[in-house]
Design a protein around this ligand. Sequence first.
Ligand SMILES: *Cc1c(COP(=O)(O)O)cnc(C)c1O
Length: 242
Amino acid sequence: MSVIAANLQAVNRRVAAAAQQAGRPAGEVTLLAVSKTFPAAAVQAAFDAGQRAFGENYVQEGVDKIAQLGDLRDQISWHFIGPLQSNKTRVVAERFDWVHAIDRLRIAERLSAQRPAGMAPLQVCLQVNISGEASKSGVAPDEVPALARAVAALPGLRLRGLMAIPEPQSDMEAQRRPFAALRALADTLRAAGLDVDTLSMGMSADMEAAIAEGATVVRIGTAIFGARDHATAPEATQARPA
Ligand SMILES: *Cc1c(COP(=O)(O)O)cnc(C)c1O
């Protein structure tokens, strides 16, 4: 078995164990394999081991990989999970299935206008600055309801829920707090009549805490593909992922 296949198996076991611990069916949690900085061959290895949902952070890198794996296009769901600048929305609207990090209306409006008519709606989440740090991307929690209403009304998009990247914490209690806050915010949206079903939260180091608080998508890179090479990865220029 390849290293990636073995890692995937271990991560799927972690997800299942965390779901069971939380009294949730394991099928409620989708594993999104974050393949940023890794080549198409790594995605292919994960695909061969049964993985079908992949996350990318950088537009050009993601688009290149989608093209390289064009034969598998109908079998993979591709998620754009990085920060998105308005001059790069078109290719994302044309090539991806999901966008997780919408943090302002202008980006959603562009994606809506640029989503090709023949394609299924682009599935989108709003990124929430749940830990409240000034340096982080994401919309402030009190601005989420208004943005959610506006995004839900746009053609070509389907608002699915909320996403967050909380400040890293080492203990489970501290990890759970921001995830609980994100879940509460999604409950508020549902109470206001919005049809949201997705909580995109939890990474390699905190997936158990996220699943305990209701994550429906966990975004896992390192635990599947290994450590990223920070010397070559353009992550240093970003708000946080690493
Ligand atoms: C890189 C990244 C991940 C994966 O992080 P790991 O710690 O490697 O699991 C998840 N979400 C986002 C938004 C990322 O940028």
